[in-house]
Design a protein around this ligand. Sequence first.
Ligand code: ADP
Ligand code: ASP
Ligand code: MG
Length: 407
Amino acid sequence: MRKLIVQKYGGSSLANPERIKNVARRVAGYRKNGHELVVVVSALGDTTDELIELAAKISRNPPEREMDMLLSTGEQISVALLAMAIHELGYGAISLTGSQVGIITDTAHTKARIVKIEADKIHQELKRGKIVIVAGFQGMTPQADITTLGRGGSDLTAVALAQTLRADECEIYTDVEGVYTTDPRVEQKARKLGEITYDEMLEMASLGAQVMQARSIEVAKKFDVPIHVRSSFSDKSGTMIIREVKNMEDVLVTGITLNKNESKITICNVPDRPGIAAKIFNQLAEGGINVDMIVQNVSHTRQTDISFTVPKPDAARAVKLTRKGAREIGELEVLQDDDISRVSIVGVGMKTHSGVAAKMFETLAKEKINIEMISTSEISISCIIKKKFSETAVRALHAQFGLDKGK
Ligand code: ADP
Ligand code: ASP
Ligand code: MG
């Protein structure tokens, strides 16, 4: 059967000319079998990180519009090279940027949202028999300014295109064989999952599992787009991300995540009276900072500490804003701690089982790991711990919740 397939290849799958040729062979193979292909690509290897570093050498606070202009060049290189590699194999291909496709976004530079996709151009090229190569991670505002969709945003481009084109399949090709019970680079005993629900994948992605961008899963869930995450280096089938899986409530914990990319901010000796938290968090909200875990104790001495976490790239600005708020309250001390990480367990089974948190805390205690902060959602529990214990914590929890390979 002739299918319309959207495939996305990540940066590591395109890191050098040999790998680009490998992707071209793969794509050509599908075309040879009669399928129509729309291929979304990321920037080669670590290009996006390198461009960010380059910008930092020029400006400490570059305008976000110009950042988008810069970062979008990474994906433009990829589309052209992949199209050339496919031509070499004797197949017709055409490369398109986000704006050429008509991926229209809002104006929130560096984290823009897709408003609509005008797919006419893609349909025309497919009709001509072309393989269409689309630059991931980028779009254009109605005023024709280039935007990007947040880190890992090529996943979102692929899912949104699969939805718009009503594709038969949406495949995300990466450098591991699918979604694992935890990052296989941290725990070799991690197991590949045959399938995982949107809810669990969204939670894992939000809590640090890099393999899929969280927003792409939100969109997939909203429109019911099944995603197949698999390796660009093998033909094995990978992990299906879908609405429901069999016996989903029987499994207590599906996955474990680690996030080393947060900072903890503490305001010391805060007077215990109404309105203080509101003042401080209003300042942060106005600065557009996403505050995550918050811990405040009721105090017996009329004074208490408030701690919260923010994404590391926002930490310096968050401290500045917090100090401003703290000065208005009194000369309160504000501390920043980058030496932390967040380890989380995720599973829909938690909704219907008790004792999961106790088991997590006990496991960390056995490893003599102190828990600095705790937060929970319906399907996850997170602990902030000292960074040096990150890997030990992941491995201990992975074993304790029965996730090790061969178990
Ligand atoms: P790409 O360049 O293909 O977009 P990413 O680096 O964004 O790839 O994502 C793939 C990486 O995600 C893997 O190399 C792996 O180290 C990491 N990862 C973290 N958690 C998981 C997990 N639970 N399952 C699979 N990979 C994970
Ligand atoms: N190149 C972008 C990034 O590194 C987008 C992506 O890879 O999905 O974040
Ligand atoms: Mg990625």
